[in-house]
Design a protein around this ligand. Structure first.
Ligand SMILES: *[C@@H]1O[C@H](CO)[C@@H](O)[C@H](O)[C@H]1NC(C)=O
Ligand SMILES: *[C@@H]1O[C@H](CO)[C@@H](O)[C@H](O)[C@H]1NC(C)=O
Ligand SMILES: *[C@@H]1O[C@H](CO)[C@@H](O)[C@H](O)[C@H]1NC(C)=O
Ligand SMILES: *[C@@H]1O[C@H](CO)[C@@H](O)[C@H](O)[C@H]1NC(C)=O
Length: 427
């Protein structure tokens, strides 16, 4: 071996390593700085442009709009919309410039004269819809597709997620002003301590104290819809570790044993609320602090990282976006504990039929003005923009008969029997 330098090889190696490290340090510090800068911009100035979003559309979205802001009604359905007649009457009483409709149904399903009685739904099905398996993360992905499509229209400022069994409890203008008045999203969100759906492997991306549970049916402001569509950090964790344990299936034989051992977790009851409670600034530091890199780096670099973290903790970023939420849902559900043969004992939503959707019952639901959250000893007095209001704007699950009863009582708007008759003839 020939020596090419007067320095002993070990020193040469060290000095080379030092140069590389300084380069790396610079890169890491710069990117952290950029990340923090981006987050503060996101927080302070209206056009949000996150560094985390890698999507073309997040840039093309930022177009100013004129005219009234719209509420985007996002229907997540299995096939058709059985309660289209009630929604048709609801939208009939709206100004067409104040709302938009998006439907996610199974791929290939079309909304047209042959599948819906309401022209409002014609052609509103997403072109890129996916096959949804109830209780699995494909459900969250369908929600994200709906939000993504709705974000393309800059006029959409509120985003309401609805199922095929949801009904409105008020007319359009009441719901419109209620939602528009609130600068916050309505997201049912509470601590989930008992059920063990949190998987320890979710840490540190999702710290245990940020794990939340709540109703899937949310009403969002635009910036939160963007956070959900742009999320590339929390979703992969859900896809990997949050899966529903399927009911026993005789045809699966031995596979059942394996499936029953699977960690039970229902993604749609946790995703949005958990995502919004995890700090977005955490995403910047997570790769650095969680890797084995930190102990290997010189201590001053870690100190700087911790300084940034500490600094950001003092801002609202550290507590996630929960401060921007009304932590409740606007969609009413009655839960009924029951046990079916195949499934474990569990809570199931009760379905309203013609008989139990009486005016008295509906009035009772509309009269609810607070919700008690047992796990947090928290009573939520329902508000929009600091004004006390009834808690619920929508309800599920309604049968056709129950929805027919709401229609005839003029819940969604003045009832006009002739309009239904007229609609059976194609216009
Ligand atoms: C809508 O409902 C609200 C409250 O229920 C009522 O005060 C208002 O007059 C209704 N508006 C229309 C256009 O029917
Ligand atoms: C439509 O939006 C405008 C502007 O926000 C509002 O004044 C009007 O009341 C809305 N119409 C309905 C039916 O809610
Ligand atoms: C919210 O309430 C404040 C104070 O009462 C009022 O000035 C503001 O216009 C309201 N915002 C909306 C969007 O209604
Ligand atoms: C609760 O569910 C069970 C079984 O599904 C049903 O028999 C019962 O009537 C339900 N109770 C109510 C109040 O709906």
């Amino acid at each position: 071996m020939t020596k090419k330098s007067s320095l002993p090889p070990i020193l040469l190696q060290q000095s080379r390593r030092r140069v590389i490290w300084s380069g790396w340090k610079l890169v890491i510090i710069l990117s952290m700085g950029l990340c923090v800068f981006a987050l503060f911009r996101l927080h302070l100035s209206p056009p949000p442009e996150t560094l985390l979003s890698r999507r073309r559309s997040s840039f093309s979205r930022e177009v100013v709009f004129s005219g009234p802001p719209k509420v985007a009604y996002l229907f997540l359905v299995r096939r058709g919309l059985p309660l289209d007649f009630l929604w048709g009457s609801f939208f009939e009483n709206a100004d067409t410039g104040n709302f938009s409709i998006y439907v996610h149904s199974e791929p290939g399903f079309q909304f047209d004269e042959s599948t819906t009685r309401s022209h409002f739904f014609y052609d509103r099905q997403l072109k890129n819809s996916i096959q949804v398996i109830w209780g699995e993360s494909s459900m969250i992905e369908a929600e994200r597709l709906l939000l993504d499509a709705a974000l393309e229209d800059p006029a959409n400022q509120r985003f309401v997620l609805l199922s095929d069994s949801c009904v409105p409890l008020y007319n359009f203008s009441y719901i419109y002003s209620y939602l528009m008045a609130s600068p916050r999203s309505f997201v049912d969100s509470f601590l989930d301590v008992k059920e063990g759906r949190y998987h320890p492997k979710m840490s540190p991306v999702i710290p245990k104290d940020k794990w939340r549970k709540g109703s899937q049916w949310v009403a969002l402001i635009r910036s939160h819809a963007e956070v959900i569509v742009d999320d590339v950090v929390i979703l992969p964790v859900f896809k990997r570790l949050c899966k529903r344990r399927p009911p026993l299936d005789a045809s699966k034989g031995k596979l059942n044993i394996k499936l029953q051992k699977q960690h039970n977790c229902i993604p749609d009851e946790h995703y949005v609320q958990t995502l919004l409670s995890v700090s977005s600034i955490w995403f910047c530091f997570y790769p650095l602090l969680s890797s084995d890199l930190c102990p290997l780096l010189s201590s001053d670099l870690c100190l700087i990282a911790f300084f940034f973290l500490f600094f950001s903790m003092s801002t609202s970023q550290m507590s996630g976006l929960e401060g921007e939420l009304e932590r409740r849902t606007v969609t009413y559900t009655v839960w009924n504990q029951s046990a079916t043969k195949m499934e474990n004992k569990g809570w199931h939503p009760m379905t309203f039929s013609y008989a139990n959707a009486s005016p008295r019952k509906i009035k009772e639901i509309k009269g609810i003005n607070h919700i008690y959250y047992e796990t947090e000893y928290r009573t939520e007095w329902c508000q929009t923009n600091s004004t006390f209001v009834p808690c619920f704007l929508f309800a599920r699950k309604f049968s056709r008969g129950a929805a027919m009863r709401l229609l005839s009582e003029g819940i969604a708007g003045p009832f006009d029997a002739s309009s239904i008759l007229a609609r059976s003839v194609p216009d």
